[in-house]
Design a protein around this ligand. Structure first.
Ligand code: ADP
Length: 538
């Protein structure tokens, strides 16, 4: 039977065309590497993306070629997202916070042929270049006046490239299963692995993630993605904002509390997205200077567990709703979002906070289940916890360059351990390798960390399982105190009273000057476990 419907399959190029046609005069504001703010509109961004696509064509970039970027969140990076994917090539966003050896490994693995970079990264690129045989061209994302003094083979200047081109490029049509962008997981769990998104997975994800139920980005929003464009495509915000016609504000390299606050106020940001450490920095800055927000309505927090204390502070002190979200590079990334249901309106503040602190319900398209060690599904009772499995149209099937499927019976094994409650809310209790196994019982390191950071003197906390002669493993709490703050072990441990069972209490508290982080800002627990392995055996 033939249907009566068109077989239209939207491509990424249509997002920017849509924005340019229907939101021509909506602004895109960027804090630049050169200094100051740059502002233009969707119509200009589309025009320049077409010039860039023409330039790439003249540089012999072909369908399926990998075009790498080493860049902050800014308008030129935005143009690359659309020009590269729009012409049928693949935009490969590199995380500059990785070690040079990891970057070399990733670039060689992806076989990138062109590398676009912000001037900030010129010294890094110069260092990497001799070990990058596949890269034929380097493009500095600036104008001639700001070209960094680097020695690179075949170095081109972004603005010169655009200037030489016409802006009447016609975006090609191709199947929406064509690959569009490539991201590597940061290797918290071994060698980095590439996830190659398609136009289809990106567009499906866009429809789901934009909804009020999800990230809630609309034509009245002013969006500040603090999450980097090299971290799962800034959680897809450049695509979502273009689809919605939202004003976009890019923070460039300035991600500290003062700069984020300044940009939020100056540009009238209504929604902003980032990992918990960003919000800790912002809150500390605001507390210190007695500041308030005038336009911000929502912060979306994900990438690592968001402590309930952040959610509470934003709401109580600043009237800002914090929306907790969970996802992975492998899920494009939006998997779940924690928004209250209508029936929760009558709950007490504390009860509401407990729900908001969960990682949330899956957006439509994403299916979740939890399983035990034998692969049997576990009940959705909010208590049973097991391995979290996910599937859906924007979830990885296999890693880049690998023939073997990454799925188990059609499901992707996330490596997270979670509960799911009868209302569909998922809560991560741990990353499976971070769970503390004490005398056959499991203790959630995330839960212990969240309680520790609710102590007013604590800036950051990590809880790790450390070998123990009697209990196999016991929790050890490592604490970084806020500047000029003091606290004793006993004071920190008293925070746990009445919140958890006694046997879950960390056996020791150690004050440290700082904690190690991965390139995506997460606690590097593997390193910590190695450093403190013998703490309870001495
Ligand atoms: P990696 O850190 O391995 O590079 P990702 O950046 O894709 O990979 O991170 C995905 C992981 O981050 C998830 O599997 C989960 O462990 C963690 N994560 C993401 N969001 C949350 C959240 N809201 N709460 C707890 N953990 C989270």
């Amino acid at each position: 039977m033939l249907s009566t419907m068109q077989e239209a399959a939207p491509l990424i190029s249509q997002l920017i065309e849509h924005a340019a046609l229907n939101h021509a005069d909506t602004e895109i504001v960027s804090r630049t590497v050169e200094g100051g703010l740059h502002r233009y509109h969707y119509r200009d961004a589309c025009r320049r993306s077409k010039q860039l696509a023409n330039a790439l064509r003249h540089l012999q970039v072909k369908t399926g070629d990998r075009v790498a970027t080493l860049a902050w969140n800014g308008y030129r990076h935005y143009e690359l997202y659309f020009a590269v994917s729009g012409m049928g090539a693949i935009v490969h966003t590199l995380n500059p916070r990785l070690f040079p050896e990891q970057l070399t490994w990733i670039i060689n693995h992806a076989h990138d042929s062109v590398l676009f970079f912000d001037s900030t990264f010129a010294p890094l690129v110069e260092k990497l270049a001799p070990s990058l045989p596949s890269v034929k061209l380097y493009v500095a994302m600036t104008d001639k006046a700001h070209l960094p003094p680097v020695k690179l083979p075949n170095l081109l200047c972004y603005e010169d490239l655009l200037e030489a081109e016409r802006d009447d490029y016609v975006w090609p049509r191709f199947p929406d299963t064509t690959p569009s962008s490539l991201c590597y997981t940061s290797g918290t769990t071994g060698d980095p692995k590439g996830v190659l998104y398609t136009h289809r997975s990106t567009i499906y994800h866009c429809y789901a993630a934009i909804a009020p139920e999800a990230l809630n980005i609309s034509v009245t929003s002013t969006v500040l993605p603090v999450v980097p464009m090299f971290h799962v495509n800034a959680w897809a915000v450049p695509y979502l904002a273009s689809a919605a016609g939202a004003k976009l504000v890019f923070p460039g390299a300035a991600l500290d509390g003062a700069s984020v606050y300044d940009l939020t106020e100056r540009e009238g940001v209504t929604i902003s997205l980032g990992v918990p450490t960003i919000w800790l920095g912002l809150l500390a800055h605001m507390e210190k200077h007695g500041l308030k927000f005038s336009t911000l309505k929502e912060t979306v927090v994900g990438g690592a567990a968001c402590p309930a204390s952040i959610i509470e502070k934003f709401l109580t002190n600043y009237g800002v709703e914090t929306v907790h979200a969970w996802g992975m590079t492998e899920t494009s990334p939006i998997g779940t979002i924690s928004r209250l249901k209508a029936k929760h309106a009558s709950l007490s503040k504390a009860e509401q906070l407990a729900i908001r602190a969960k990682q949330g319900r899956p957006v439509f398209g994403i299916e979740l289940k939890i399983i035990d060690d034998a692969g049997n599904p576990l009940p959705r009772d909010g208590k049973a916890f097991g391995d979290l499995m996910v599937r859906g149209p924007w979830v990885v099937e296999r890693y880049y360059g690998e023939e073997k499927s990454a799925l188990v019976d059609g499901w992707f094994h996330t490596g997270d351990v979670a509960t799911i409650d009868p209302d569909g809310y998922m809560q991560i209790t741990d990353r499976s390798k971070d769970v503390i196994k004490s005398g056959g019982e499991w203790i959630s390191s995330i839960e212990l960390e969240n309680i520790a950071v609710s102590h007013p003197a604590v800036a950051e906390a990590a809880v790790i399982g450390v070998a123990h002669p009697k209990w196999d493993e016991r929790p050890l709490l490592l604490v970084v105190l806020k500047k000029d703050a003091t606290a004793t072990k006993q004071e920190i441990l008293s925070t746990y009273e009445g919140k958890i069972a006694k046997w879950m209490l960390p056996d020791d508290v150690v004050f440290v000057a700082e904690l190690p982080h991965t390139a995506t800002g997460k606690l590097q627990k593997r390193t910590l476990r190695e450093s403190w392995a013998r703490h309870y055996l001495r």
